[in-house]
Write a protein that binds this ligand. Structure first.
Ligand code: 6PG
Length: 473
């Protein structure tokens, strides 16, 4: 018979996804630009090869799939996706469906949906290779009628939380890739906060890597239980294959990035929705890559981090709990803000439920987040009763960690930004009156008066109202 679905791009993620699809009982036709890759993939697929149709041309791929066709693209984000669509679309029937499962920028997905001459879905897939192979979180975007055609496959290959599949259509157009992008922004901040605490344990407390791994492993049994804490423990415990030294002592401290965190930060600025912990995490990666400059700084000013042991592990754990809540709160608010800007209607509790399994930021806390967002629609997570209580219990610890770290020269950009957000968001009367006064002073921009009048000016208005090009005499 003909294959139920096709898949183009047998790189790490595409190969894993194709195997997953075949394993769940769907026949899948596969194609890779380099034919050798396709041959080797199917040759190594074992029993699963029985449900795989290797194809060596796009025409053969199309012919191998039962119409109306559905074809997954798993090629590098950006131009390769447009090139692939351009090569594929002319070979397809009008109602054949193209599904981009790569890490596309959601603006590009919006554009591709608008330009598409046939059905198109933009689907965010999270969970790395393991996830793609055994169950990723799947965030779909596009037309419900198109999603319905492949929903059974998406639900079958996704991770499950109990019986609930972590796959859904979250909204139209680029909504799926948008949610995936915010997921990655949160991922950056979560990772960065853990790395900041790692720095305090290593440089501040002078702990060894195994002991640090033990601390993370203990936290993985409490409120912080999550994939990222779990793998942080495993990474801290690992030994370098080449030298036998602790692996972390051998990895250069410059973090890479493919751009999704940066996109999140940029998008938040366009929306004017604050996500400072996520932005700080992106900045921290950029700073990390300036190794040569950092070395010159150390030579000039002396190394910053000092030994100190005024923070116990419980305080550090509590600080991470508070920081994590604040960073997720920012991410969810950003999704809500985007819905308003795009006329989308993304269900926040559903997003939290999707993220509970399969994806990189999966954690037990997301269970409570889903419940809190469900019970308090439209409310910032930090003000939902459950998380407000957690913050009341733990923001003191966050404050102590940020303060002690600062006093001893340990940078904690994400934790600090999370704390500053918390404090600003519980300050009814802040300091922006001065900003408005300054703006009015130098530019007559006007301000809103407490008496309710708009476009008021300070006592300087008359003088500065003179046209600026007139020289004062
Ligand atoms: C996931 C990951 C995945 C990938 C990111 C990381 O959800 O499975 O987020 O998409 O690891 O691209 O991006 P950086 O290379 O920017 O860290």
């Amino acid at each position: 018979g003909q294959a139920r679905i096709g898949l183009i791009g047998l790189g790490t993620m595409g190969a894993a996804l194709a195997s997953n699809i075949a394993e769940k009982g769907f026949e899948v036709a596969v194609f890779n630009r380099t034919t050798q890759v396709t041959r080797e993939f199917v040759a190594d697929a074992g029993d699963l090869a029985a449900r795989m149709v290797p194809t060596e041309t796009l025409e053969a791929l199309v012919a191998a799939i039962a119409p109306p066709r559905a074809i997954i693209l798993m090629v590098p984000a950006g131009q390769p996706v447009d090139d692939q669509i351009a090569a594929l679309r002319p070979l397809l029937d009008a109602d054949d469906l193209i599904i981009d499962c790569g890490n596309a920028n959601f603006h590009e997905t919006d554009r591709r949906v608008a330009e598409a001459t046939g059905p198109f879905l933009g689907v965010g897939v999270s969970g790395g290779e393991e996830g793609a192979r055994h169950g990723p979180a799947i965030m779909g975007g596009g037309d419900p009628a198109h999603w319905a055609r492949v929903e059974d496959i998406m639900l079958a290959i996704a991770a499950h939380h109990g019986d609930e599949p972590c796959a859904a259509l979250v909204g139209p157009e680029g909504a799926g890739h948008f949610v995936k992008m915010v997921h990655n922004g949160i991922e950056y901040a979560d990772m960065q906060m853990i790395a900041e605490v790692y720095g305090i344990l290593r440089e501040g407390h002078g702990m060894g890597y195994d002991a640090i791994a033990d601390v993370f492993a203990r936290w993985d049994e409490g409120p912080l239980k999550s994939y990222l804490i779990e793998i942080s423990s495993a990474v801290a415990r690992a030994r370098d294959v080449a030298t036998g030294e602790p692996l972390l002592s051998q990895i250069i401290d410059a973090a890479g990035q493919k751009g999704t965190g940066r996109w999140t930060a940029i998008e938040s600025q366009h929306l004017m929705t604050p996500i400072p912990a996520i932005e700080a995490a992106v900045v921290a990666r950029n700073v990390s890559s300036r190794r040569e400059e950092r070395a010159r700084g150390e030579a000039m000013f002396g190394a910053a981090p000092e030994r100190f042991d005024t923070l116990d592990h419980d305080t550090l754990e509590r600080a991470l709990i508070a920081g994590k809540i604040l960073c997720y709160a920012q991410g969810f608010v950003m999704i809500a803000a985007t819905c308003e800007a795009h006329g989308w209607d993304i269900d926040l509790p559903q997003v939290a439920r999707l993220w509970r399994e399969g994806c990189i930021i999966r954690s037990t806390m997301l269970d409570d987040m889903a419940a809190a967002l469900e019970a308090h629609p439209g409310e910032n997570l930090m003000r939902t009763p459950f998380f407000a209580n957690l913050l009341k219990e733990n923001h003191g610890a966050l404050r102590r960690v940020v303060a002690e770290a600062a006093l001893h020269g340990h940078p904690t950009p994400a934790l600090s930004s999370g704390l500053a957000y918390f404090d600003a968001m519980r300050t009814a009367r802040g300091t922006a009156a001065l900003i408005q006064g300054q703006r009015d002073f130098f530019g007559l921009h006007g301000f809103e008066h407490v008496n309710g009048l708009f476009h008021q000016h300070g006592p300087w208005a008359r003088q500065t109202a003179t046209p600026k090009h007139e020289p004062k005499t």
